[in-house]
Design a protein around this ligand. Structure first.
Ligand code: DUC
Ligand code: ZN
Ligand code: ZN
Length: 474
């Protein structure tokens, strides 16, 4: 494989930025040179990438995607091939997807099915979390087996969706106790699904069937309540590491901040949709267009008793929110979202987003919400450390995988079906958003996968990453 020199750029890490050159030999970073040093040492590269005026950052790590997720009679529309390509276009070089165990299935089969979907199809590296949708004796044994042998060190449980993925408090506690023995992280979808289902039925009975009622029937209070309950259960289980996924609500953030203040091992992520989209501008769009923005937890109102979006940005600055992921779970508007035309509860939940996380969170830098360093930390470095992939992933340093994005702050792009969009959906949730800055070049383990607005990656280049335990605690 080639020797590549990235020159004249500014390397950005969580701890600062500095002008240096990156020398790649094969799949890994060989050295960081001071400007001009490579030439004086007689280093010869097969390819030189000129990053003058650009940032050189670690490849993005998106730790929450759902490629090919079955949902009722349909499936999320991105395959590992289309989804990993779209991710690469957006400067993501590692995804951690959620392998699924449904009720009545065993965990080992669920994981094997995910390996089968992904193997040989990805253009970037991939790893798995395991969804536990049926917690009993055997699943608990399997959980420990996955941690010890399969490189799967985190498990997602659901307090929502009583008809499908739901676990009750007793099951959650048992999984947490097992995790406190085997070192795994418990990832929680924290919404009170039982109470939500009552509200859903009441809205439908009143004829309130539009997409906006999806959000109204899932009040932020019930995300706060479930977050609180998950934290208490994690404490009872011996302060097991708990990671709240896709946080959308101030009430939930306040619970996490309080737990962190008390010294508990509680972490959280949010997603771009919760930072930018609103009930008023998006979910309320006429002609059923609001269905394009139906996901759970829901997009919140601008006029709630809390200002959720400004609180979430504050949480990102303060490290109460450690990570930004996407919860990428794409469905088409035609024939999929429209299944819920007369009943919002039948709209498949999820948004396409894996391609846009780096550029949307960079807008937080442009808007003054986050520092450049914090952008890299929340999108690249911390996700790698949180889920046991650092320092192979998430950092530009000798020995690390050569997963690198050259980011041009002087360019602009427009997101959308007629603009930048490579995910396998017939709409974009961020249609028309103008992005200051642009992904210029992307390398995955030393292979150039995006360059000059062209995809140069290869199906099957992406490898499975066996993960270690959470590196904040071990
Ligand atoms: N929420 C979504 O919106 N989609 C996938 C699963 C989830 O929890
Ligand atoms: Zn979820
Ligand atoms: Zn999810």
């Amino acid at each position: 494989m080639a020797r590549i020199l990235i020159t004249n750029g500014t390397i950005v890490s969580p701890s600062g930025r500095y002008a240096s050159d990156v020398f790649i030999d094969g799949e890994t970073i060989q050295a960081i040179f001071q400007p001009g040093q490579a030439a004086s040492l007689g280093i010869v590269a097969d390819k030189v990438i000129d990053a003058t005026g650009k940032y050189v950052i670690p490849g993005g790590v998106d730790v929450h995607t759902h490629m090919e997720l079955p949902m009722g009679p349909i499936e999320a529309t991105d395959t590992f091939e289309t989804g990993s390509n779209a991710a690469a276009w957006g400067g993501i070089t590692t995804i951690v997807d959620m392998a699924l165990q449904r009720k009545g299935e065993n965990i080992q089969d669920g994981l094997a099915a995910w390996h089968q979907k992904a193997a040989g199809n990805c253009s970037i590296d991939y790893a798995f979390h395991q969804i536990m949708g049926d917690i009993h004796e055997q699943s608990l044994k399997d959980m420990t087996y996955l941690v010890e042998h399969e490189g799967v060190t985190s498990f997602k449980l659901f307090m929502a969706y009583p008809d499908t993925y739901y676990s009750d408090d007793g099951q959650i506690l048992r999984a947490m106790q097992e995790a406190s023995n085997n070192g795994a992280v418990i990832m929680m979808h924290a919404e009170n699904g039982m109470a939500i289902d009552v509200l859903v039925q009441q809205h439908l009975a009143r004829g309130e069937t539009d997409p906006v009622f999806h959000s109204i029937s899932r009040p932020s209070l019930l995300e706060g309540e479930a977050t609180h309950r998950a934290i208490v259960l994690s404490q009872v289980a011996g302060n097991v590491p708990l990671y709240i996924v896709h946080m959308s609500a101030s009430e939930a953030l306040n619970e996490v901040a309080r737990a962190q203040h008390e010294g508990l091992n509680v972490f959280a992520e949010t997603c771009p949709q919760y930072l930018y989209l609103t009930l008023e501008e998006h979910l309320s769009q006429p002609d059923f267009e609001g269905a394009k923005f139906v996901c759970s937890p829901p997009i919140r109102s601008r006029h709630d008793h809390h200002h959720h979006q400004s609180d979430l940005w504050k949480g990102l600055r303060m490290n109460e929110l450690a990570v930004v992921s996407t919860d990428h779970c794409p469905f088409c508007f035609k024939d999929q979202k429209t299944l819920g035309r007369n009943d919002f509860s039948k709209i498949p939940n999820g948004l396409p987003g894996v391609e846009h996380r780096m550029e949307l969170i960079y807008q937080g830098v442009v808007l003054g919400e986050l520092s450049l360093e914090r952008w890299v930390e929340t999108c690249c470095t911390t996700p790698a450390r949180m889920f046991g992939m650092y320092p192979k992933k998430g950092i530009i340093a000798p020995g690390a995988d050569a997963d690198i994005v050259v980011w041009d702050p002087h360019q602009k792009t427009t997101i959308g079906i007629n603009g930048k969009h490579h995910m396998n959906t017939d709409y974009s949730a961020f249609e028309g958003t103008v992005i200051d800055g642009k992904v210029d070049t992307v390398l995955s383990r030393g292979m150039v996968v995006v360059e000059n607005d062209t995809f140069t990656g290869r199906k099957g280049h992406g490898k499975y990453v066996k993960r270690d335990l959470c590196q904040y605690l071990h």
